[in-house]
Write a protein that binds this ligand. Structure first.
Ligand SMILES: Nc1ncnc2c1ncn2[C@@H]1O[C@H](COP(=O)(O)OP(=O)(O)O)[C@@H](O)[C@H]1O
Ligand SMILES: Cc1ncc(COP(=O)(O)O)c(N)n1
Length: 505
């Protein structure tokens, strides 16, 4: 073997799992690798045992011989600096001793030992005669993470029946074996699922509410893997354990939604990053937007704007509805500003709310001042339907949903505006060019792009159900936009080109 340089500390902790497999991905190595990734670590894995298991139980176990285990371990440590290791299912005394030998040769800075003995399903995962070998490993581990039955075996005492008893037993084991003990209360009855870290005579309680769920397959694996992944970036075991436990509670709560298996299902390791793998929001709704723009450009009102042949009365009728809409839209933007998670978004929507009112006022001072339409004309059914939809989302929806609902007003107007402006520029003396240019050029097009970015950012942090509601709100607003452009009846009175507005539908 060539002499190797000490690799520099990587951008992510390089964390190794030494454990058994679970082909359904909920426990063992498969769970550990997800847990590592969920905590930003680079995951590696050495297989101690191959299991045929699912969410109901273990069907078969194949333990490769110890020489092959050694070959796997050495292949990793001959090449890679391991920042932390998590040891899980060991199956036999020979396997446990082989791992012990490797630790004597290549001990990583942080060693977590999950003394896996019996699966949630009740299947045994460690030979009876291997307990002594696992006890020997306690001496080289930093932290051991037993559940209550495992704690009892390691302490050679009866299973604790209460949480104080469990903590006392863990304290005895920690002092006898010279190891920190993260004792887990998942097997206790009651509404709490407490854990505690016993280290150097000190007990750090890690309280936690019990989640009513059957998605508890692999919780111990996932917790110990999270602990190993977090420790290189945390000052001590207590803070790593606290963060790991908080994350696991969310992972258990989100587990059932995965719909994996009909027994004890797995946890959702990526519950905190729900948008991972999903397309960017504005890419996902791009088709809806394109259809709305195409339908808008087909409306007689918009066609009249494009070629300049729109009768003045129709234009004014539309602007009157626009002014009514903008007053209501301003309030919805103000709501988005109130809910905004950042100062930048808060300011963007507050400015938007203000400029809607400024535009509404200027419509009255310019186009509408010359208009025949009565200023008191009520909102049309189309305008009311759009405004009611926005108001409902603003009243009941989260920030992300409100942003999705207000987005089409920016985005459709900008897209339609750009197309119309190009067409208007081709018509000398186009009567509506100024109005069209307001939407078809900067700064409006830049505001629309900014609103798209804010919607994409908001969509990154929402659960799948909220994302569905975002899409539904966006889709509804797009339909209202098309209807809004189509609400003014434009009827040709002159076979040449003159058309006249009849009424607002
Ligand atoms: N229903 C639950 N709700 C919340 N946390 C749980 C639940 N069941 C287990 N846990 C937590 O999952 C981890 C594993 O606990 P436990 O079930 O005791 O170990 P194991 O999976 O090794 O049998 C612990 O942090 C425990 O508190
Ligand atoms: C390979 C392997 N390792 C560990 C467990 C225990 O996990 P749990 O007790 O949460 O079912 C398991 N079922 N399979």
């Amino acid at each position: 073997m060539t002499e190797r340089e000490t690799p520099p500390t990587g951008s992510r902790p390089r964390v190794l799992s030494v454990a058994g497999t679970d082909p359904t991905g909920g426990a063992g190595i498969q769970a550990d690798l997800k847990s590592f990734a969920a905590h930003g670590a680079y995951g590696m894995a050495v297989v101690t045992a191959l299991l045929a298991q699912n969410t109901h139980g273990v069907r078969d176990v194949l333990v490769p011989d110890a020489a092959f285990l050694r070959a796997q371990l050495d292949a990793v440590s001959d090449d890679v600096t391991v920042d932390a290791v998590k040891i899980g299912m060991l199956a036999t005394a020979a396997v446990a001793d082989e791992v012990g030998d490797w630790l004597a040769r290549h001990r990583p800075p942080f060693v977590v030992l999950d003394p896996v003995m019996v699966a949630t399903s009740g299947d045994r995962l460690l030979d009876d005669d291997a307990v002594a070998a696992v006890r020997r490993l306690l001496a080289v581990a930093d932290v051991v993470t037993p559940n209550l039955p495992e704690l009892a075996v390691l302490a050679d005492e009866p299973v604790a029946r209460t949480w104080p008893e469990a903590v006392q037993q863990a304290t005895r084991l920690a002092s006898a074996a010279g190891v920190a003990v993260l004792v887990k209360g998942g097997h206790l009855p009651g509404v709490e699922s407490p854990d505690a870290l016993v280290e150097g005579g000190r007990v750090v309680e890690l309280p936690g509410a019990r989640v009513a769920s059957t998605s508890t397959h692999g919780t111990g694996c996932s917790l110990s893997a999270a602990l190993a992944a977090l420790r290189p970036r945390r000052p001590d075991w207590a803070s790593a354990a606290r963060d790991a436990k908080r994350w696991l509670g969310g992972a258990i709560a989100a587990g059932e939604a995965l719909r994996v298996g009909s027994g004890h299902g797995p946890v959702d390791h990526f519950h905190h990053a729900p948008a991972l793998g999903l397309p960017v929001f504005t890419d996902e709704v791009g088709g809806i937007l394109a259809a709305a723009c195409a339908a808008s450009l087909e409306q007689p009102f918009v066609r009249g704007l494009a070629d300049g042949g729109l009768p003045w009365d129709a234009f004014v009728e539309q602007l009157h509805q626009d002014a009514l809409y903008l007053t209501a839209y301003s309030r919805v933007l103000a709501r988005a500003s109130t809910l905004a998670p950042s100062a930048e978004a808060q300011e963007f929507f507050a400015r938007g709310a203000h400029s809607c009112l400024a535009v509404e006022r200027s419509l009255h001072e310019t186009y509408l001042a010359r208009a025949s339409v009565r200023p008191s004309s009520p909102p049309s059914a189309v305008t009311r339907a759009y405004v009611d939809h926005l108001a409902a989302v603003a009243a009941h929806g989260s920030y992300a949903e409100v942003v999705a609902a207000v987005l089409p007003c920016y985005w459709v107007y900008a897209e339609v505006g750009v197309t119309l402006l190009a067409q208007a520029d081709a018509v000398p003396g186009h009567p509506y060019r100024d109005w069209v240019a307001t939407y078809g050029s900067a700064p409006f097009t830049e505001h629309a792009a900014h609103a798209c970015r804010l919607a994409d950012a908001a969509a990154q942090h929402v659960d799948p159900a909220t994302r569905e509601r975002m899409i539904a709100a966006f889709d509804a607003s797009c339909r209202h936009e098309v209807a809004f452009f189509g609400q003014v009846a434009v009827v040709a009175t002159d076979p040449g080109r003159q058309v006249a507005a009849l009424a607002v539908r």
